[in-house]
Every structure is written in C-alpha cells, then in structure tokens.
Write a new protein. Structure first.
Length: 94
C-alpha cells in the first residue's frame, strides 16, 4: 500500500468505539482489582483516582462494577466519535 493510499483511509468509528470502550473497561478492572488486592500500597491512591473517574460508589460495592462498565462504554464511544470525526475530516483536507 502506498503512502498516499494509507493517508486517505478514514478511521472506522464503530471499530474505534468498541476498541476504546474495551480498553477503558480492561484498565478499570485492572485498577479496581489492584486497589482491592493491594489497598495499602502507595500506588493505590492512583488506582482509586482512576476508579473515581468512573464511579463515586465504594470500591467494594456492586454498583462500582455497573458504573465501570457503563461509563467505559460512554467514554469510549464519545472519544471515538470525536477523535474519529476530527481525524477523518483532517485527512480529507490533506
């Protein structure tokens, strides 16, 4: 594939939305698991801060999981629509 052909391929916003949502969910699960397993580590404050981006519920509640899944989807799709739209518009101009 030539450089010109690669430069004119738009981002697939649907694929980007699912990919970003999945990545945010995996990061949320990793941080929540680490915060629950290692609550006394200094890094736990960072993990707790990441969890607080998704939910205000206590980390030990079931609600935090629902909020984590829901907001991972919302944040992933909002990011995909904005990023994909801006990127696709910019490559059309070049």
């Amino acid at each position: 594939m030539s450089a010109q052909a690669a430069a004119n391929n738009p981002l697939n916003i649907v694929a980007l939305g699912w990919a970003l949502s999945a990545a945010l969910f995996v990061l949320f699960v990793i941080c929540l698991g680490a915060a629950l397993i290692f609550p006394d580590l200094p890094a736990s404050q960072g993990w707790t801060a990441w969890i607080a981006l998704f939910s205000v519920s206590p980390a030990t509640s079931a609600r935090v999981w629902l909020d984590g899944v829901g907001f991972s989807l919302v944040f992933g799709w909002v990011t995909a629509v904005v990023l994909g739209s801006v990127y696709n518009r910019l490559i059309r101009r070049s």
